[in-house]
Design a protein around this ligand. Structure first.
Ligand code: FAD
Length: 376
């Protein structure tokens, strides 16, 4: 009998988990990988699209190239998840499984921030980044704000990266002196677990005349070229690069899997409270930031548990919540922070200074995943 696994979502977590299971038990595997999209893209590619570094079709990787032993990809939208019977309903079919893995990521609630998409812009959705690619060339003077509307949000360094890259973009067009840049984030430091990464970022902001506004969120965006922060402060704003409020997909919220907005899991093995139902990545409240590297790390541990159980054993390697995040500093420099959330008494991060070498490292990070998941 083959092991029937249904993997919901072919993002960072779903792709890594499917790859590991295929490599380990492909001949005994009947895995269905479901995603509503026809292609994958890395989160960081939205920055490339927004600043016009790459066209959209250059960063999209079609799922048709996922050809793995024991894995079938289905481009379908999931409309119901029954975690008790492990039955999943899509717009075109029904899937029953021995093991269910929920890796549906985080969606955005644009309406939670009045005016965000009417008077401002967001760059966290692919279409938002594409829209900004056309808006940015029209911005030649005035006040730009990179602003986070709510926490948690994906990739905590991404707002800092956007502010630094915006500085480069405006400088290269010769209009930087006519523009101000402010960065609004809900933390006291740009990257709270790493004081050294935060220090390097704060120095970079100072050198580039980027105003850092910590411990604040954008509450609304006004027609009168301003944003209102959560303490009532009004900031002049001619251009907003917003980070919208994140929410679990509706189908997850309606499934009974979520509590307080996200899926709680056993931090050691990524199991939900339903037998043989795992959840990995951004859709969980496991306690790591919402980022691809952590979704990938969680996938490794969930896959190890599924394989061990299939062989009648137990996986004794717990999830450490460790991962490396790259940070774009602009000017052709990338830094890295290696963070570990669960091994010590509190999360800690080790900073690696921005350098051209780490640019190559980051390129390899993307190309190695692409090769591993898509075989090219
Ligand atoms: C601007 C930006 C920069 C980033 N930079 C980095 C970075 O440098 N490093 C890093 O590690 N992370 C980065 N991230 C974060 C990273 O993209 C996410 O955290 C990561 O993709 C999460 O993986 P996941 O598997 O949990 O979910 P996702 O990769 O989001 O995958 C979820 C999948 O589920 C599918 N789905 C959702 N609902 C349904 C449904 N109803 N039916 C069918 N399919 C559905 C979606 O289409 C999606 O493909 C960045 C994000 C952004 C926005």
């Amino acid at each position: 009998m083959k092991l029937r696994v249904t993997v919901l979502g072919a993002g960072f977590g779903g792709l890594e988990l499917s790859t590991i299971l295929s490599e380990a038990i492909g001949d005994q595997l009947d895995l269905t990988l479901i995603d509503q999209n026809d292609s994958f893209f890395f989160g960081f590619s939205k920055l490339d699209v927004m600043f016009g570094h790459k066209p959209s079709n250059a960063v999209k990787i079609p799922y048709s190239s996922v050809i793995k032993n024991g894995v079938n990809f289905r481009k379908e939208t999931i409309i119901d998840i029954d975690p008790v019977t492990k039955t999943v309903t899509t717009t075109t079919g029904k899937y029953e499984a021995d093991v269910l893995v929920v890796a549906l990521g985080a969606n955005y609630d644009f309406a939670a921030t009045p005016g965000l998409t009417t008077w401002g812009n967001e760059y966290y959705s692919f279409s938002g980044a594409e829209k900004l690619r056309d808006v940015l060339p029209q911005f030649t003077k005035g006040n730009a704000v990179v602003g986070v509307c709510s926490a948690p949000f994906k990739c905590p360094p991404a707002p800092s990266e956007a502010a630094l890259m915006l500085h480069d973009y405006l400088t290269s067009r010769g209009v930087r002196d006519s523009c101000s840049i402010s960065l609004v984030i809900p933390f006291g430091l740009p990257i709270p677990p790493s004081p050294d990464s935060s220090k390097a970022l704060l120095k970079a902001f100072e050198e580039r005349n980027i105003r850092f506004i910590p411990e604040r969120k954008v509450s609304s965006v006004g027609e009168n070229k301003s944003v209102i922060l959560d303490d009532g402060t009004e900031l002049p704003c001619d251009l907003l690069l917003g980070v919208p409020k994140h929410v679990a997909p509706d189908v997850v919220l309606q499934s009974g899997l979520a509590e307080n907005g996200w899926i709680p899991v056993d931090k050691a093995n990524l199991r939900t409270k339903f037998p043989n139902v795992y959840a990995i990545g951004d859709v969980t409240s496991v306690g790591t930031p919402k980022a691809g590297v952590f979704a990938e790390g969680a996938a490794k541990i969930a896959a190890a548990s599924i394989i061990a159980e299939f062989h009648g054993k137990e996986n004794n390697t717990p999830y450490t919540g460790a991962g490396s995040c790259y940070i774009e500093f602009g000017k052709g420099q990338v830094a890295r922070v290696d963070v570990d959330f669960f091994s010590g008494p509190k999360p800690f991060g080790i900073h690696h200074e921005a350098s051209p070498e780490l640019v190559i490292d980051k390129v390899h990070f993307g190309s190695s995943r692409k090769a591993r998941w898509f075989g090219n």
